[in-house]
Design a protein around this ligand. Structure first.
Ligand code: F6P
Length: 553
């Protein structure tokens, strides 16, 4: 395999890579967290990084100071900070789509200057935020009415991928801050049941549809939006003029929006330098802004900005996204870990990991490097998880005693944010006790001697022994406010960036998703019309035939 055309050595041929392999083999062949803490109790304080309101404890990792130093050297050699600066400068670092990557400009202050091709994009960002705020206020106050003059009570966001997961996740996360007199629903699946269930109990006269699609060509979204339009018109007597009061669009594609029949005055714009999975702090967040109000939305943007500034300015040894990204590389590339669990101990973060799945897996699920050469190293992990404590009674068994190494992030808060009764508030300590207990058990396990000392019969000892040494990062904040949510999301955005930079992949394209989109369109006529679709493989052709037969029964 030749070196990359840029002249820099391939990742696995770098001396810094070899040094990490040697370190893994010689210094930490069988890392033992009990011993690491015994010999270096100071790591409990030293391996903590603070950013904004987040306290990130990475002491329970299979690392020493030397590991960290070697990982930092890899980051220097692969010029992570150089690429970071190029991103913030607005360079076209998404090379396969020839686009700048500037989600950070979405939260830049009004007086900042961020140029793309010589044009400052910040005034445009704030113009759209102001337009969103004015609209959100009109809906929230009841000034924006539906076609029949009734106040809007229901907001239905129709979108998929980045045009759904972000607003849906953030709406759930910030529920205590939402206007409870409004109902919010999020429709993404082209399965008609999704829209059916979302609107079946709603009054069309009181319902606003937000059609969220960067490209405005995504078949699921356009199909659902078309059906929503029919539902609305059927409910309002068929007057086409109703559409203008009940449909707004969030998109980069004004032509397609107006082709769909939505007035471009009712379109909230964003730009091709915002990736779908990095977009919920753009116009894509309109449903969220209506739910929590413009001020809270801006607080969330402030939170994003805190972490942007930190990522940009903090030194490597105290740079949280850099450290988290490098830890992931340590496990994925030097311990054969295949997945990464994100386990929030907050019911409000129930959709957080699903959101991160797109952020991480669509960004770093790549197998060629930036120059198109196949990679010879592992790239993005499988990201998974659901809120604790539910997961503890489902799949934690495998993390504790299975055969796989699964690094995990445990996320928790010192205070519940909702107005809970005293009795429910008291449950918070129990929730957090679970988080801390899991982190401890995963790290330190339970030795056979400890099990025996409890009087466990010898034949059961192996079954009741926990080997420990399962690494976790614990992220703590006071409470889940809009700012803290912004901080958390930006932390993961930049962590994903760091890993993509080290792996030398383009984290900002998603060609892998395109094939499925094209094929679905090609296969559909075979289902609907029984058409002979050229190029169907024998297995798929048989499945299509079986489907058609079953459907007729
Ligand atoms: O899943 C592929 C994808 O292109 C995502 O990257 C994007 O978030 C999603 O589809 C939706 O795209 P759009 O916002 O253009 O409808």
């Amino acid at each position: 395999m030749s070196d990359s055309p840029a002249g820099s050595p391939r990742l696995t041929r770098r001396p810094e890579w070899a040094a990490l392999e040697d370190h893994r083999a010689d210094a930490l062949p069988q890392p033992d967290l009990r011993k690491l803490f015994e010999t270096d109790p100071g790591r409990a304080e030293r391996y903590v990084v603070r950013v904004g309101d987040l306290r990130i404890d990475y002491s329970k990792h299979l690392i020493t100071d030397e590991t960290l130093a070697l990982l930092q050297e890899l980051a220097v050699a692969t010029d992570v900070f150089g690429l970071r600066d190029a991103m913030f400068r607005g360079e076209r670092i998404n090379t396969t789509e020839n686009r700048a990557v500037l989600h950070t400009a979405l939260r830049a202050p009004r007086d900042a200057v961020v140029e793309v091709d010589g044009e400052n994009v910040v005034p445009g960002v704030h113009a759209v935020l102001d337009k969103m705020a004015a609209f959100a206020d009109r809906v929230r106050s009841g000034e924006w009415t539906g076609h029949t003059g009734k106040r809007i009570r229901n907001v239905v966001n129709i979108g998929i991928g980045g045009s759904d997961l972000g607003p849906a996740m953030a709406y759930e996360a910030l529920r205590p801050f939402t206007d409870r007199s409004l109902t919010f629903r999020f429709v993404s699946n082209v399965d008609g049941s999704d829209l059916h269930e979302a609107v079946r109990d709603l009054d069309p006269a009181e319902t606003l549809f937000i059609v969220a699609s960067k490209t405005f060509t995504t078949i699921e979204t356009i199909t659902n939006a078309t059906s929503a339009r029919s539902w609305l018109l059927a409910g309002l007597g068929g007057d086409e003029k109703a559409v203008a009061r009940h449909f707004v669009a969030l998109s980069t594609n004004a032509e397609k929006v107006s082709g769909f029949g939505i007035d471009v005055d009712n379109m909230f714009e964003f730009w091709d330098w915002v990736g779908g999975r990095y977009s919920y702090d753009s116009a894509i967040g309109l449903s969220l802004m209506i739910a929590i109000g413009p001020d809270r939305f801006r607080e969330m943007l402030d939170g994003f900005r805190i972490v942007d500034e930190h990522f940009r300015n903090a030194p490597a040894e105290a740079n949280a996204p850099l450290i988290m990204g490098l830890l992931g590389i340590w496990y994925g590339n030097f311990h054969d870990a295949q997945s990464h669990a994100v386990l929030p101990y907050s019911h409000y973060l129930s959709k957080f990991t699903a959101y991160l799945q797109q952020l991480d897996m669509e960004s770093n699920g790549k197998s060629v490097d930036r120059d198109g050469n196949p990679v010879e190293w592992q790239t993005g992990p499988v990201v998974w998880g659901t809120p604790g404590t539910n997961g503890q009674h489902a799949y934690y068994q495998l993390i504790h005693q299975g055969t796989k190494l699964i690094p995990a992030d445990l996320i928790g808060f010192a205070r519940p944010v909702a107005e809970l009764s005293d009795e429910l508030k008291a449950q918070h300590d129990l929730l957090m006790a679970n988080l801390f207990a899991q982190g401890q058990a995963l790290a330190f396990g339970k030795t056979a001697e400890e099990v025996r000392a409890e009087g466990v019969p010898e034949e059961q000892v192996p079954h009741r022994t926990f080997r420990g040494n399962h690494p976790t990062t614990t992220i703590l904040a006071t409470e889940l406010t809009p700012s803290v949510l912004g901080q958390l999301v930006a932390l993961y955005e930049h962590k994903v960036f760091v890993q993509g930079a080290v792996w030398n992949i383009d984290s900002f394209d998603q060609w892998g998703v395109e094939l499925g989109k094209v094929l679905a369109k090609r296969v559909e006529p075979a289902l609907t019309e029984g058409a002979d679709v050229p190029g169907l493989d024998p297995s798929t052709a048989a499945l299509v035939a079986a489907y058609r037969n079953l459907r007729e029964v």
